[in-house]
Design a protein. Sequence first.
Length: 254
Amino acid sequence: IHSSFPERLKGGAPLYTAWCGLPDPSVAGILAREDFDAVTLDTQHGSIDFAASVQAIPLIAAAGKPALVRIPVGDFATASRYLDAGASGIIAPMINTVEDARRLAAFTKFPPVGERSWGAYGALALTGLEPGEYLRTANDLAVSFAMVETREALAIIDDILAVPGIDGVFIGPSDLSIALSGGKGVDPTSAEVDKALDHALTRVKAAGKIAAIYAVSGARAAELSAKGFHLVAIGSDMAMLRIGAHTALAAARA
Ligand code: 3PY
Ligand code: MG
């Protein structure tokens, strides 16, 4: 699916993904028709469930966009199922050890890189590829992102990046701010976070891999893409709904 997506991620212009957590798959389908480059389904913190996420993937594909899925912490087996359904990428939260990164790669890449099991019915339908062709190309069709959002992960970022099958790092700036402040506060745009993400960006680029991050607003997304991130999530569907409501009501009551 979208064979050019991993290549586009490494290339010139930054890509922007929508971030969906609302339970109805049509929300992702609606946002896919806006000018986003991809749509992410957040099954870690969102209320969207497995079945709705699997239904959202072809809706996103119908708009010509790749679908990414953030899995719940440690739920690597479900990552394989989203790839089976045709997801173009997996974002795995709280990858804090090399073993976590190895498990992510094992469940998201076919041999010889990983141990992903065969059964990609949705992906075969969406790509139109013959099984053998899909098997040969699948490891390069979908991206596996290890989320770096703790002190532990930051300290071993080079080792995480060195794991075969890990295509890039996805920074979680809110959790990172909690970790860096020792639990004192959450501020995804703090100077301390900025310093850490500049360091992470340098390490990801040195490894020749993909740097991605979550932005709390469009304005923050512009700052982060200017720093050199390849993929920036603009979150979230719920925030966008609220902003739309505030803007309409403010205009009505002006
Ligand atoms: C974080 O900022 O911690 C994230 O996981 C992004 O949603
Ligand atoms: Mg997080």
